[in-house]
Ligand binder design. Sequence first.
Ligand SMILES: C[S@@+](CC[C@H](N)C(=O)[O-])C[C@H]1O[C@@H](n2cnc3c(N)ncnc32)[C@H](O)[C@@H]1O
Length: 345
Amino acid sequence: MTPTTDSAAARARRIVALNTAYFQAKALQSAVELGLFELLADRSADVGQIRAELGVQHRLFKDFLDALTGLGLLDEQDGRYQAAPLAREFLLPGSPTYLGGTARQHARLHYHAWAQLTDALRDGKAKSAVAAQGQLAYPTQYEDLDRARQIMLHMDAHNGFTADELARAIDWSQYTSFVDVGGGRGNVASRIAAAHPHLRGAVFDLPALRPLFDELVAEAGTADRVAFHGGDFFATDLPEADVVIFGHVLPDWPVADRRELLRRAHKAVRPGGLVVLYDAMIDPDERDPEVLLQRINHTMIRDEAGAYSLQQARDYLVEAGFTVDRIAASDTITRDHFAIGVKSA
Ligand SMILES: C[S@@+](CC[C@H](N)C(=O)[O-])C[C@H]1O[C@@H](n2cnc3c(N)ncnc32)[C@H](O)[C@@H]1O
């Protein structure tokens, strides 16, 4: 064993840093909730101005700003603060890579679920308000359109990177149409369509999301090439297409339902076409703690939820009648894998 030269205090600080890592998470989430980065996007301000404009009272608010500066989210010069480039890239609403929606969702939901991790490890049950609603969770959450919009911002923070990878990973010149099943408000579909102007795309998702889809495609300029089909994917036939995509959908459902969805996909894919799954699949060789904890995160929110392995992805595709084309890792936030199956011509 290599002898360590760290002092006992330095070694102890590594444990303390782990123990208090949530301080940093909450500092980020509160800055987003307060609207700090919007305030400092295009101008600098001193602590007094920021306090007054955000209406905050905490006596150590300057320490809060300095901590965010140390974390690389603000820049400070002569006592004036402004959003750092990293915050401008990812934490300003309207940015195509906006991550503030997922910060808010973690503050609202995930943080509270993780407070009960020990219980979840003991009893194996999810610990969120969403878990109690079971399979009615999505329609129930969409009853309030603003809440649905927040949830979409959270999903889109993750799927935007995946969409861009997917736009590159497939030779789209061979296909003319695709449908993104459980495609939310159409962020992935719209990005793929924007990258490949010859494609016509569709989103199949619950009808409540149509107004949010209409907003997104109008803003992205893809409304003439991406359509919305509202329905329950267990009850309505999926629209036919050359490529059928399921992204971050299968882990929400028990295994029998996943198989049913893939059977339905096989019916919808035109001969010679593809089914594409993207998910944070279990790779038995994975050792990165961030990836491993992200996987557990899903199970903290939903009971049915379960990541599936690379081998299970292969099995789902083959059982539904597809030939496995490839299963490949991608450079996305949750290090998703793509699993691609071909329907014989
Ligand atoms: C975890 S989200 C994934 C969204 C998106 N594909 C992504 O990668 O971010 C699951 C999606 O499945 C949709 N969904 C859930 N139940 C559904 C159902 N019965 N029929 C159609 N869509 C459904 C949800 O509305 C949501 O958009």
